[in-house]
Write a protein that binds this ligand. Structure first.
Ligand code: 8YV
Length: 322
């Protein structure tokens, strides 16, 4: 190809990856690193051969079907692609890729962090110390829930769910219940002390429930008040997947009326806006969608997206086509 392909990054990427990409492509970077407006996204689709979106870019059927769209590849920076209308992209003859695998361990770490923080009340404890409110040790101060030896329910035993189960079982002696379309190999179930069951049984039996399934029309509002009421009053809910899998208003009701004991959330329905009702609750841990946010992982995600783009232009099979 004589002219370099035009590639648009909708946000800033790790410097080393931007530098590599600038050598290979006519790279256009959204330098101010604010989420692109709809108009800017539409323009990117007109100008670029490849657009590299993130979770902050909603790419719907209307944008994709604008006349004169030039883009042939949407190389998503992230494993989740519910912000892209993939079937509309395919109808337009576009290819969509994502970055699975490389963010598995980092995201599982944040799920485990949320689980520990929610169970052991460490967020509350830190706030207490910083606010100067700690009045000294006593046997009944800030009692919390032990994690070791308890039961973890994993909703969606894919890569991240399995990595979390591994940390929980080998690190904390937890038993694992899981839901998945297909059972995991028997050797893995034995290794992880894991048993597949229906979601209602999982909710009833688990001390901690972690959501690790993708966001799809079927999983939207999967965890509503009826489901939360199946959980045990001492149980905690952890979500590192997508906000709209949990009905947030129902979660607030469940937390404030003692239906469940606590929750840890890395994802929200209307990011970056977090409802005041959630903010007002002590027993919920709130993180700013940082599951994959290690230096190592964000760099690996960039390299993964780059490998997809290079395979696309060299007509090789794409490592991560969705
Ligand atoms: C990313 C994520 O940071 O990969 C995903 O699906 O949720 C996060 O780890 C984000 O999506 C980047 O687009």
């Amino acid at each position: 190809m004589s002219e370099k392909p035009v590639v648009v990054l909708t946000r800033r990427w790790p410097e080393a990856i931007e530098a590599k990409m600038a050598e290979l492509f006519d790279l256009r970077i959204n330098a101010n690193d604010q989420p692109m407006s709809r108009k800017q996204l539409a323009q990117a689709l007109l100008d670029a051969d490849v657009v590299c979106p993130t979770v902050t870019d909603k790419i719907d059927a209307q944008l994709l079907s604008e006349p004169n769209v030039r883009t042939r590849l949407l190389a998503n920076f992230g494993v989740g692609f519910n912000h892209i209308d993939v079937s509309a992209a395919k109808t337009q003859g576009m290819v969509v890729t994502n970055t699975p695998g490389v963010l598995t361990d980092a995201t599982a770490e944040i799920a485990m962090t949320l689980l520990l923080t929610s169970a052991r009340r460490t967020g509350e404890g830190e706030r207490l110390v910083r606010a100067g409110g700690w009045d000294g040790w006593r046997p009944t101060h800030m009692l919390s829930t032990q994690v070791t030896g308890k039961t973890l329910g994993v909703i969606g035993m894919g890569r991240i769910g399995t990595a979390l189960a591994r940390q929980a079982h080998h690190g904390f002696g937890m038993s694992i219940l899981y839901t998945a379309r297909n059972p995991r190999p028997q050797s893995e179930e034995i290794e992880l002390g894991a048993m597949r069951c229906e979601i209602d049984e999982l909710l009833q039996r688990a001390d901690f429930v972690s959501i690790n399934c993708p966001a799809t029309p079927e999983t939207q509002n999967l965890i509503n008040l009826a489901k939360l009421k199946r959980m045990q009053p001492h149980a905690h809910l952890i979500n590192t997947a997508r906000g709209d899998i949990v009905n947030e208003a129902d979660l607030v009701t469940a937390l404030s009326t003692g239906v469940i004991a606590g929750a840890g959330l890395d994802v929200f329905v209307d990011e970056p806006n977090v409802s005041q009702a959630l903010m007002d609750l002590q027993r919920v841990v709130l993180l700013p969608h940082m599951g994959s946010g290690t230096r190592e992982t964000r760099e690996a995600m960039g390299n993964c997206a780059l490998a997809n783009i290079q395979a696309f232009f060299s007509h090789q099979s794409l490592p991560n086509q969705v």
